[in-house]
Design a protein around this ligand. Sequence first.
Ligand code: AP5
Ligand code: ZN
Length: 217
Amino acid sequence: MRIVLVGPPGAGKGTQAAFLAKNLSIPHISTGDLFRANISQQTELGKLAKSYMDAGNLVPDEVTIGMAKDRMEQPDARNGFLLDGFPRNVSQAEALDEMLTSEGIKLDAVLDLEVPEEEVVKRIAGRRICRNDSSHVFHVSYKAPKQEGVCDQCGGELYQRDDDSEETVRKRLEVYHTQTEPIIDYYKAQGLVVTISALGKVDEVTQRAMEALKRKD
Ligand code: AP5
Ligand code: ZN
């Protein structure tokens, strides 16, 4: 399947994507994770992206679209993928459509995760990420690691993302409402959107998502 995951910062996109991608045997492609990998490897792209990310703004389309396209062209994404954090505005959605049309393929579903703003703020405030792999995600109370500050999956050090400060989160939410939410209407017009509540336990949300995606398969 070819799926786009949308939802506000902290909705649980990365958390759900890890399970959904495994269940559906498709790669999880997160533009946020790709940027963070570039930042930790101190590439030119990483240096550029960091200034935008730390301010809570979108990284310019000119670099983001090319990076996403390169990743989608990897052999493991030939038969499907789960996009997390891309597209993030209407021009990225149009670029993705062009890309897919030129290959003669289509999206199967856009999964929209709905969460009230006060819950998003709690989830982000307690989030801790692994230094070795930013897909290893924990929460100080909702998904506490066995040992404080240490990743259960690889033993790496857990840290708080630079863009998870209260001020930057407020900016990211504003950017989500003004720039990203319009893609939901864009995809509604194509009949692709399924909206689910992302409240409740992680596995309950995964089950809800799998059922919603079955209806689109
Ligand atoms: P990105 O990394 O995509 O961040 P985001 O969209 O803001 O989303 P988050 O990673 O904050 O949250 P999430 O929904 O994945 O939640 P998570 O699963 O971690 O983007 C970061 C930046 O990169 C952007 O601001 C932008 O600058 C740039 N960027 C990225 N893509 C771009 C693009 N296409 N164009 C331009 N710029 C781009 O969960 C959050 C916490 O909640 C965790 O601690 C988790 O353990 C916990 N949790 C999850 N589910 C539950 C649950 N059911 N119950 C309780 N706790 C839960
Ligand atoms: Zn780890």
